[in-house]
Design a protein around this ligand. Structure first.
Ligand code: GDP
Ligand code: MG
Length: 676
């Protein structure tokens, strides 16, 4: 059912649209038409007026003059009009929807009154002003067509607005009586009186529902009256009066301005098509029509539509960051983006939907927020997760990098790295929060988890570092202990072990304090220190013992004995080599040197200092077995014995043989000197 009919459109006028055709069908073109008229986004900033009256009473003529509309005017020559329907046109240069209701005098023609009732219902549900158009000579004809129409209007009105009249202003409608072809003999005041009397009579005669028995006509309607001279017999006055009447529709400041806010039915302009269609459908199927329900239905429909539009744009925007987040990226300024999309969507929704039924608007808004947040929440959680991972890895890397240098305090390194990456995480997390103080946007748990994981990494790292440190200290110990041991063992004496153990103890104590100093910077626990010290003590003792073993290997010890013996047998007290003479006591000297040397075997054989205070005892925890490290219990007492009886005997024998050889050699040297 499209507009352009009969195409004689005055220049600059807008199209008209038949919103209900003579088959009583509602148009599908109202929405695009409102768009084209530029009224769709007008919100409440528009007005609706409708005209009623008998056929050929100059209704369309009047509307066209008042509003610059383009309704069909019946051809003077053809004086017949059979169409029924409702036409709509936008007022020229004004935000007004004008409805021309045709064929409302079925009563007069004996036709069905069905359309009359339906169009009255339909118009009342949306119009602010109903123009009732009548001839002067129809005034006072109580039984006349117009009175019949009024009765219908009132009845219909009670059905529509009855329940809401007490509290609401939106149920009021202005009835503007335009008395045509006023000759002037009877003044307007008299005509107005007569009409008012008739109207009140009709009102009283209505059978009202019990709860509305006391309500007055003035609770629902404002009555307004005006006359117009004869269009043809007094053409100039007619035009002048029409112009005056027009001002009352166009000039807000004028006296008797007709579009009062109280008459507005509060249907947002973009909801008009759905609303009218729905009203018409209800009217058509003779369903009970109450406006509060209709407004709620309208609100549900429109709020859903507006919500989907807002959501569609939002979904498009949010999609852009879905992939990066899923790929594990930390998106810079994600929170700002998300808050922006969310605010945009809600602003779009609020702008259009807030004009509708508040309950529905708010309910749908809550739904919309839930939908928006259901999309944002995974992004938020993804961002937290990604930032968590990034910060933990960076923390690890920074830690390991810092530990590559030699000069560092482990605890400082950890503290610095931890603070820095925790701060980074917190900044990212807080930035990503979409709404403060909402249990949906919490990051505290994730932060706690990150903290714990960092601590765990630091602990592990500290353990590794501690191990490395213990190894290093052990190596240094070995280097430091070598010379004192070698020196002491090549200058044996009864206090040889006193000297050796003294340096062992001082070297060990140095190693222990080195450990403790480092360990403090590592923030090692008491327990870790105990374990590390036990390990260090065992390892140093083992290293010490290896050195002793090395120094007492067969060939080495024989060398030492030989040297000791030679010094005493082949050199005199001044260290001068001896030249044996026959009268010398070779036997005595030999035996003294040999026996002195033999006592050394006892000294070397077991670690026992002269001064019992210098004895060392490996602490029990250091000797204990450590299955985790694959260590068996260490037999410290056994380790005090450097060599066994058998080995002592063996060494003794070997030395004796060597000493005997020296003796023989000495003897032979005297024989040789005699023979010369
Ligand atoms: P409608 O059927 O009520 O819309 O009437 P129209 O506007 O189509 O006019 C019907 C006829 O009445 C046309 O021939 C008009 O020229 C004529 N007409 C319009 N206004 C007046 C008026 O104020 N007085 C008289 N006598 N005729 C009018
Ligand atoms: Mg007409």
């Amino acid at each position: 059912m499209t507009a352009a009919v009969n195409g004689h459109k005055p220049e600059g006028s807008t199209d008209r649209l038949q919103i209900i055709n003579d088959a009583k069908e509602f148009t599908q073109d109202l929405s695009p038409q409102l768009e084209q008229w530029g009224l769709r986004d007008a919100g409440f900033n528009y007005d609706i007026v409708a005209v009623f009256g008998s056929q050929s009473t100059g209704k369309s003529t009047l509307l066209n003059r008042l509003f610059g509309t383009t309704f069909d005017v019946m051809d003077e020559t053809q004086r017949q009009q059979t169409t029924k329907g409702i036409w709509m046109c936008r007022g020229k240069e004004m935000n007004v929807m004008v409805m021309d209701v045709e064929g409302t005098d079925g009563r007069e023609r004996g036709e069905d009154q069905d359309f009359e009732r339906k169009s009255a219902l339909f118009s009342l549900a949306s119009s602010e002003i109903m123009i009732i158009n009548l001839w002067e000579h129809q005034v006072g004809l109580y039984q006349g067509a117009n009175m019949g129409l009024l009765k219908t209007v009132f009845e219909v009105n009670l059905g529509l607005f009855g329940k809401k009249s007490q509290d609401s202003t939106s149920g009021r409608t202005c009835l503007l009586f335009v008395i045509r072809d006023h000759i002037g003999v009877t003044p307007l005041a008299n005509l107005q009186n007569t009409l008012t009397q008739d109207i009140l009579k009709i009102w009283d005669s209505l059978s009202k529902p019990a709860e509305l028995a006391d309500c007055k006509l003035s609770d629902y309607f404002d009555l307004s009256f005006t006359t117009l001279p004869h269009k043809i017999l007094a053409a100039d006055q007619f035009e002048a009066e029409v112009r005056k009447l027009r001002v009352r529709f166009t000039d807000k400041g004028s006296e008797g301005y007709l579009f009062k806010p109280a008459y507005h039915k509060r249907i947002p302009a973009d909801g008009i098509p759905f609303y009218m269609e729905n009203i018409w459908e209800q009217v058509q199927t003779n369903k009970d029509l109450d406006l509060p329900t209709q407004q709620e239905l309208l609100a549900q429909f429109r709020c859903d539509e507006i919500s989907s539009v807002a959501l569609a744009e939002f979904t498009e925007q949010s999609k852009s960051q879905k992939r990066p987040i899923e790929a594990g990226k930390v998106v810079d300024g994600l929170g700002k983006l998300m808050r922006g999309w969310r605010i945009d969507a809600l602003t779009r929704y609020d702008r259009d939907a807030s004009r509708y039924h508040q309950g529905v608007y708010k309910r749908k808004r809550t739904d919309l927020i839930a939908t928006l947040d259901a999309t944002l929440s995974p992004l938020f959680l993804g961002q937290l997760k990604n930032s968590h991972r990034l910060c933990l890895n960076s923390f690890k890397k920074e830690l390991l990098d810092s530990l590559k240098g030699d000069d560092y305090s482990f605890a400082d390194v950890v503290r610095k790295a931890q603070t820095s990456w925790e701060t980074t995480f917190l900044e990212t997390a807080k930035e990503a929060v979409v709404e403060e103080n909402d249990s949906q946007w919490v990051w505290e748990d994730e932060a706690q988890l990150l903290k714990e994981e960092m601590t765990h990494v630091a602990d592990q790292c500290r353990k590794d570092e501690t191990k490395k440190m213990v190894n290093l200290i052990e190596r240094n110990f070995k280097k430091q202990i070598t010379e004192p041991i070698e020196l002491a063992m090549s200058t044996p004496s009864p206090d040889m072990w006193d000297r050796i153990l003294k340096s062992f103890k001082s070297t060990l104590s140095k190693a222990e304090s080195t450990y403790l100093i480092k360990a403090r910077s590592f923030n090692c626990t008491e327990e870790e220190n105990t374990v590390a010290l036990a390990t260090l003590r065992r390892r140093t003792w083992v290293a010490f013992r290896e050195k002793i073993d090395e120094q007492t290997a067969d060939s080495v010890i024989l060398g030492k004995l030989r040297a000791y013996f030679e010094e005493r047998f082949r050199y005199d007290e001044q260290g001068v080599p001896r030249v044996w003479k026959p009268e010398d006591d070779i036997d005595g000297a030999f035996m003294a040197a040999r026996d002195q040397t033999l006592t050394l075997i006892g000294i070397y054989g077991s670690i026992s200092p002269d001064d019992p205070n210098l004895a060392y005892d490996l602490p029990e925890d250091a000797a204990a077995a450590d299955p985790l490290a694959g260590l068996e219990e260490y037999d410290f007492d056994a380790s005090l014995s450097v060599f066994s009886e058998t080995k002592a005997l063996d060494v003794t024998n070997k030395f004796r043989k060597e000493a005997d050889a020296y003796y023989v050699e000495a003897k032979r040297s005297t024989v040789t000197s005699i023979a010369q």
